[in-house]
Ligand binder design. Structure first.
Ligand SMILES: Cc1cc2nc3c(=O)[nH]c(=O)nc-3n(C[C@H](O)[C@H](O)[C@H](O)COP(=O)(O)O)c2cc1C
Length: 200
């Protein structure tokens, strides 16, 4: 039994390929780990705000010294971190937007990367604090980036691997539905991506 956190970031609801792919990953995980629970955090529905001066200032204040205004400013970030700490497995569904992650996912990351909570420089070197968790990335794109001329222009994958690794999430597997905008590829793209999902 595992606690699974599903982060979704497409505004396309039931038509979203990245959400569909994430759900396939979760279906396989639940077969593997019967009784697993799933928490969904829909970043579009929850409308993650950009970091403001209040959050940036409060990030540096230890919890025991925070004012009530600072605690209020950190509510979204605290909740984001708590969800991550609680999860055994994190599935992140995202569309490729302009060769990178959508801004809703970037906003979530800005709330999740918290000094003293998800990373620390206590030893003088950066250390991620989210240890022992598995991450699955479920990416959807109109182009093909797994191979060929566009491969160097998927900036989402290296960025996510780096920033998730920075907070200690180093065990990362990516699945993709790609080529959904390319005639000759698009006809089978969704099924091919869904079929590619293999767990463990
Ligand atoms: C604003 C925007 C930017 C996009 N940028 C790219 C891109 O850079 N490369 C690409 O292959 N597809 C791009 N697409 C297409 C989406 O990645 C594709 O439709 C994907 O299936 C969306 O994921 P979803 O089905 O989960 O919503 C873009 C779509 C939108 C709306």
């Amino acid at each position: 039994m595992k606690k699974i956190l599903h982060i979704t970031s497409s505004p396309r609801g039931e038509d979203s390929n990245s959400t569909r792919l994430g759900r396939r990953i979760i279906e396989k995980l639940r077969n593997q780990y019967p009784g697993s629970t799933v928490t969904v955090n829909d970043l579009v529905e929850n409308d993650y705000e950009h970091l403001q001066i209040e959050q940036i200032g409060a990030f540096k204040i230890p919890p025991e010294d925070q004012t009530s205004a600072q605690r209020a400013a950190l509510r979204v970030s605290d909740h984001t971190v708590e969800e991550l700490l609680d999860a055994d497995i994190i599935v992140i569904s995202f569309p490729l937007y302009n060769f990178n992650i959508p801004s809703s996912l970037k906003a979530w990351i800005d709330h999740a990367v918290r000094p003293g909570m998800t990373f620390t420089y206590a030893t003088g070197r950066p250390e991620g604090l989210l240890k022992g968790k598995k991450v699955y990335l479920a990416m959807a794109a109109n182009g093909v980036y797994s191979d060929g001329p566009m491969k160097p222009f998927n900036f989402a994958e290296p960025y996510l691997r780096y920033i998730l690794g920075f907070v200690g999430l180093t065990d990362i597997t990516l699945f993709r539905i790609e080529g959904s905008g390319i005639p000759g590829v698009m006809e089978t793209a969704t099924e091919k991506g869904l079929q590619s999902v293999e767990i463990g």
